[in-house]
Design a protein around this ligand. Sequence first.
Ligand code: NAD
Ligand code: UD1
Length: 336
Amino acid sequence: MSILVTGGAGFIGSHTCVELINSGYEPIIIDNLCNSKSESIKRIEEITGKRIKFYECDIRDRAGLDRVFAENCIEAVIHFAGLKCVPESISEPLKYYDNNIGGTVTLCEAMKAAGCKKIVFSSSATVYGSENPSPLREDMPEGKTTNPYGTTKLYIEKVLKDLYASDNSWSVCLLRYFNPIGAHKSGKIGEDPKGIPNNLVPYVSQVAVGKLDHLNVCGNDYPTPDGTGVRDYIHVVDLALGHIKAVEKVLKESGCSTYNLGTGKGYSVLDVVKAFEKASGREVKYVIAPRRPGDIATCYSDPSKAKAELGWEAVRGIEEMCEDSWRWQSQNPNGY
Ligand code: NAD
Ligand code: UD1
């Protein structure tokens, strides 16, 4: 059964393609490679021993999408394609609104025209904003987003909810990710950020491997046990497996549902530094720096809805996440 994976060459998409193949599905990838390399697709093929159909195509290219739907019998779409750099979204908001929201609208139009009305979407915990207390639950109101990237996720959720409200034959699953880290056990695929990483674990990995001198710990005066920010880190393979459950759900029934994909556990920046040092056997030098604008003290999920309704829960712990991130980083010090 063919599943279209937009953004399938990227970090989460590539891991999800491996798990789709392991579960007997045939992923078809669309990616414009603006934040990835086709080498990741070769690596998925190496891991799984299966060939993957790949279209180098932008999700805003309606004619390109129509061709992909015409040439394949696509049962459902997992929609990862999007830009995700928070500081860039602040300096170039139009690029984010066009790519993320415009791209999703074009994708949905092409899906509707092709009669494929089943979609799983990559949303983010960022839609809870800063006012809701953790653990965050799906029935809490969405918060005020603090940057255009977050606003695109909130609006895309609204677009997809409105689409379902207008036509109940759609099947929509909105997945709110917490902080995906880690990599496939083989060390062949992982997160490959361009330039200096913004996110914690890619930064820590590059300090450990010697590419960066030290980590700036952004604030140690938060109301948390050690004063540093607390997040719900989730292994990317657990996250990928959550998508398999979500695909099964959209294939089975129409509806519109929202799920947190997190572990329910919070770790501080210094907990992550310690776990990474243990996993890598390397020192991770750090200095305490000012808070990063827009950051909140604590963010972790209540993952019980996904367990109850999808039969999914994250099982990989922080040690395994750091070991697998380190294996990918040390085997591929310069990425793909
Ligand atoms: P990624 O950048 O590694 O993957 C996204 C992929 O989409 C890339 O391969 C990129 O080339 C492709 N892409 C972007 N715009 C496109 C377009 N217009 N047409 C075709 N392809 C396009 O990012 P990721 O970490 O794998 O994230 C996947 C999705 O999950 C994104 O939507 C992201 O916003 C969301 N998300 C990620 C995180 C995270 O921490 N990584 C957290 C919450 C949500
Ligand atoms: C960030 C984004 C979020 C996005 C997610 C995935 C912001 C405000 N939020 O989440 O919208 O969905 O990435 O792309 O950018 N930290 C340091 N030093 C660093 C980097 C991070 O101390 O060099 C700290 C942060 O202050 C935070 C924690 O590490 O407490 C995690 O940061 P990060 O990995 O960037 O994720 P989020 O901020 O949770």
